[in-house]
Ligand binder design. Structure first.
Ligand SMILES: *Cc1c(COP(=O)(O)O)cnc(C)c1O
Length: 374
């Protein structure tokens, strides 16, 4: 199947979600293709930030506009459809929140049970969203901080799922390569969005590394079909407090380091990144590099995206733009590059952080319309 044929199936206005690329995805019969129109997200050109950073061709891929507010909806659509196709009665997986909301929503739609093992300190607004879809939720002590406990949770899920014939819905290639194929559609859409051209660099927020690998493989598909020959650089942006992949890359290691997480950025607290070895292969192969960002800088870029561009995203998404700023400042990114930032999740996902961001801004007390002066 030619990639362009697959792409040309995209009919404007047809709400088929990731299944517009059905010929490029693992095969699922039509009646089991669960969708809520995920994907087909806007690729928006930066205005003020592009000028301020001196990177005129800076684009934002707004994955925040997906049905439950993050790109994890693409993975959930693929994985839940696959589970349905193969007669699995339930899904079980981990999440710090976004994958949980996506899988809970798509499982609800498909009529499957979903068991979620989540981190101890899950953000309240993400937990609330997952509860709305009726998932079975268990919080695990130390999960999201301790690497050892993370490893044990992944082992537990694999053993348990094998025993019960449940689908393992961990959003990493290591655990569910079928569901993760859907991430490649982000790369296909960027290619289309740039007028059938590849960008020079893509900045990807990295927790477990699955998003990074999916995007890299999507671009590789395009190049394999010789549509374009020059590969984009793929830049892994991690939180300084949870940077086991980038810190390994700096030391030229081929496996992630073993540190625990001290990051407060929800979504990126993955001290045991399942796809870390694969990310390091790409980086060590010269196809990109790593950036680490302190949480306070990530918060600042979240605020700037809202004030300067009208884009309200969660901190884990804003870190990609922080990565661009750092890469330009330190001479790693040529400012004339055509650059895409993956804006992975929506602002409402972490409402505690949002309240802190606007804490100094005030609405007036209720006033009388007849006396209003502005
Ligand atoms: C899951 C997620 C990420 C990180 O993806 P990984 O595949 O774990 O590296 C980044 N941002 C948001 C908003 C996410 O939900």
């Amino acid at each position: 199947m030619n990639l362009l044929d697959g792409m040309n199936q995209c009919v404007d206005g047809e709400n088929t979600g990731i299944w517009r690329y059905r010929d490029l995805l693992p095969q699922v019969s039509e009646q089991n293709q669960i969708t809520m129109g995920e994907g087909n997200t806007p690729l928006v050109k930066s205005q003020k930030i592009a000028r301020d950073l001196g990177v005129p061709e800076l684009f934002f891929k707004l994955e925040s506009t997906n049905p439950t507010g993050s790109y994890k909806d693409r993975i959930a659509a693929m994985g839940v459809s696959w589970a349905l196709e193969h007669g699995k009665p339930a899904c079980i997986g981990t999440s710090s929140g976004n994958a949980g909301a996506s899988i809970a929503a798509y499982a609800a739609r498909a009529g499957l049970t979903y068991h979620l093992l989540t981190i101890e300190h899950i953000v309240e607004s993400k937990l609330t969203q997952i509860k709305a879809f009726g998932a079975n939720i268990v919080r695990i002590k130390g999960f999201g901080e301790s690497k050892r406990i993370g490893d044990r949770v992944f082992d537990f899920i694999q053993t348990h799922a094998a025993k019960k014939n449940w689908e393992v819905m961990i959003t990493a290639f290591k655990y569910n390569p079928v569901a993760m194929e859907a991430v490649k559609t982000i790369a296909y859409e960027i290619y289309r969005g740039l007028g059938n051209a590849l960008p020079d660099a893509v900045f990807v927020p990295v927790g477990g590394g699955g998003l990074f690998i999916g995007i890299w493989r999507g671009f590789t598909d395009i190049r394999t079909l010789r549509i374009e020959t020059k590969a984009p650089q793929v830049v892994a942006v991690q939180s300084e407090g949870c940077a086991n992949i980038v810190n390994a890359w700096i030391r030229k290691y081929d496996a992630p380091l073993n540190g625990d997480s001290t990051s407060q950025v929800s979504g990126l607290q993955v001290p045991n990144p399942p796809d870390g070895v694969e990310v390091l292969k790409v980086l060590n192969g010269g196809h990109g590099w790593g950036e680490t960002i302190p949480d306070s800088v990530t918060w600042k870029w979240q605020e700037r995206l809202a004030l300067d561009e009208g884009i309200l995203c969660e901190p884990a998404a804003a870190i990609s733009v922080a990565g661009v700023e750092r890469a330009v400042r330190e001479g790693r990114l040529n400012p004339n590059s055509r650059v895409v930032c993956i804006i992975t999740g929506a602002g409402y996902k972490d409402s505690d952080r949002l309240r802190e961001m606007v804490a100094s801004r005030r609405a007036t007390d209720a006033c009388d319309i007849d006396k209003l002066v502005i």
